[in-house]
Design a protein around this ligand. Structure first.
Ligand SMILES: Cc1cc2nc3c(=O)[nH]c(=O)nc-3n(C[C@H](O)[C@H](O)[C@H](O)COP(=O)(O)OP(=O)(O)OC[C@H]3O[C@@H](n4cnc5c(N)ncnc54)[C@H](O)[C@@H]3O)c2cc1C
Length: 309
């Protein structure tokens, strides 16, 4: 991992910076590129706009590492309200949650209860997605996913291609017929557990995508969500899928709001399942910093907004 990326990821965890960033207009202006707004209404309005282009959406309320039970309960309550709004709107929209926002650092059982509460409110034809956070949370996240899936099937989990362990985790998830979102991984992980080189992460991502799309996975009822903006990988995976006669609508690509918009539209226009994850909320700093770390040009964008003050 490059030094710049590592530095930005370390800064993303700074409480000092997080508390001060919102005061600066240039931070806010740059954030607007990746977020339609801080309110759920902003996210739903963006989802309605994307639905017109046959793009489905996943909403996520920004926040992580909650240390107070009441706060985790209020996040659960917030998502219950969002699920009600989604149902009422009829939009092709799902939600994605971070377990540390639902109390994972406090008590695993409490966190599971919150997930199950949401799952029970989730329409049966929609998936409740669980994000994957830093490596110390992987075991707990997979365990909570498995226990939730025993209660109700329509729950999905994210796995990260940069971790060496993911191939083994994926085998188990495939045998469960899980909904899986595959990503490269957004955190600062040590080389003992994660591929340090981007080219190795990319190859791992390709291999894991093929596992998710294999006949065995499809027979088990796996929903494969290939979450990347990497056009080379998207091309490789869609070419491979075509060679296996996998129908385009079976192939789901997920991207983040505001990144590779033309590619999102192209995929939807060509008949692939194209999904965009929309983040909203006031706790945007660590999330935004991870977006900066993913692409050095975003730092220049931030700098331009600084000088245009
Ligand atoms: C739907 C979705 C859900 C995600 N959920 C999680 C999660 O739960 N846990 C987790 O660890 N990670 C998550 N991620 C983030 C993911 O791990 C990567 O950090 C992120 O997607 C960047 O990797 P990439 O696959 O797009 O490839 P990269 O190789 O990083 O990027 C490929 C190309 O995409 C474009 N691009 C990528 N990122 C940006 C950006 N920030 N700004 C502008 N252009 C960009 C650039 O053109 C770049 O060259 C999620 C990503 C998506 C799309």
């Amino acid at each position: 991992m490059g030094l710049a990326r590592r530095t930005i990821l370390i800064a993303s965890q700074s409480k000092w910076l997080r508390e001060r960033a919102p005061q600066f207009g240039f931070f806010r202006r740059t954030t607007e590129r990746f977020m339609p707004g801080e309110k759920v209404e902003d996210a739903l309005a963006a989802a309605a706009g994307l639905a017109k282009s046959r793009i489905s959406t996943v909403l996520t309320h920004l926040g992580e590492n909650i240390t107070d039970r009441a706060e985790a309960e209020s996040v659960t309550q917030h998502y219950l309200d969002v699920l009600g709004r989604i149902r009422a709107s009829g939009l092709p929209t799902e939600i994605s949650v971070k377990l540390t926002q639902l109390g994972l650092d406090l008590d695993r059982g409490f966190c599971l209860e919150n997930v199950v509460t949401l799952l029970k409110r989730c329409p049966p034809d929609r998936t409740l997605w669980i994000d994957m956070e830093q490596s110390p949370y992987v075991d707990a996240t997979l365990e909570i996913f498995r226990r939730a899936q025993q209660v109700q099937k329509n729950v999905g989990v994210c796995v990260q291609a940069y971790l060496y362990r993911t191939e083994g985790d994926l085998e188990k998830l495939i045998s469960l017929g899980a909904a899986v979102r595959l990503v490269k991984g957004a955190y600062n992980e040590p080389r003992e557990i994660a591929y340090p080189l981007k080219k190795d992460v990319d190859e791992s991502f390709y291999r894991l995508s093929l596992m998710l799309l294999s006949p065995e996975a499809q027979r088990a009822g796996v929903r494969a969500a290939i979450a990347t903006h990497d056009r080379v990988l998207i091309r490789r995976i869609s070419d491979w899928a075509a060679s296996q006669e996998i129908a385009k609508e079976q192939l789901e690509f997920q991207m983040l709001y505001g990144i590779q918009r033309a590619e999102q539209l192209r995929l939807a226009g060509e008949g692939y399942h194209s999904t965009v994850l929309i983040a909203y909320g006031s706790y945007w700093f660590p999330w935004f910093m991870r977006r900066l770390a993913e692409r050095p040009a975003n730092v220049l964008f931030l700098a331009r907004n600084f000088f245009s003050n």
